[in-house]
Design a protein around this ligand. Structure first.
Ligand code: VGL
Ligand code: ZN
Length: 198
């Protein structure tokens, strides 16, 4: 499968049980993802990577509640608990995740814009560079797994499908946050974009 890349989304300590933004069962997907890494022409790990003053953190907005939604210039933005701070233990990959990937792509490092997708920041316009990397490697198809299904996985999958990649999301190797129906919306959005959810 030299034309197919595995994209492993945000399998980091803060998204695993005990982390700052823990996703139920987030650690359970690690062995399956490790086993999957054998079969691909390229393996990419993404890493949510925020500066301490990042605008997606509720505690950087006076009096704002965690999980409330504010209007940013680029649209609505959930205010998250502080998570995946650059260089911190929470931003590190789960200890058992294989690191022998071809590329580690960091995202969410600009203070004023969050980045759920591995391809574009939340303004939907600023590219991360991943598209160019994959195309110059001859990649046409993507398989995705990781955390969280309804945020970073779904946004990455939908953007990739829009860019013309053939995209499959391995649902059993993802876990969701499920905030106010976000998982159902993400599933519908992925299917509408032509993503195969298997
Ligand atoms: C994520 C919320 C905030 C994710 C990242 O990886 O799905 N969710 N930052
Ligand atoms: Zn984040």
């Amino acid at each position: 499968m030299t034309d197919t890349a595995l994209i492993v989304i945000d399998v980091q300590n803060d998204f695993c049980p005990g982390g700052a933004l823990e996703v139920a069962g987030g650690d359970e997907i690690v062995p399956g993802i490790n086993a999957l890494m054998e079969d691909f022409g390229a393996v990419v790990l993404t890493q949510d990577w925020h500066p301490a003053d990042h605008s997606s953190f509720a505690d950087n907005h006076d009096g704002a509640a965690e999980y409330s939604v504010i209007e940013m210039p680029y649209g609505p933005q959930v205010l998250w608990p502080r998570h995946c701070v650059q260089g911190g233990a929470g931003a590190a990959f789960h200890a058992d995740l294989r690191r022998d990937a071809d590329l580690i792509l960091r995202k969410g490092f600009r203070r004023w814009v969050d980045s759920y997708s591995a391809f574009f920041e939340n303004d939907r316009q600023t590219p991360t560079g991943l598209e160019g990397y994959l195309r110059t490697r001859g990649i046409l198809k993507l398989v995705m797994a990781g955390l969280a299904t309804d945020f970073c996985v779904a946004h990455s999958a939908i953007d990739a499908a829009r860019l013309g990649f053939e995209v499959e999301v391995r649902e059993a190797l993802c876990r969701a946050i499920d905030l106010d129906g976000s998982l159902a919306r993400a599933g519908a959005g992925m299917r509408a974009a032509g993503v195969r959810v298997t």
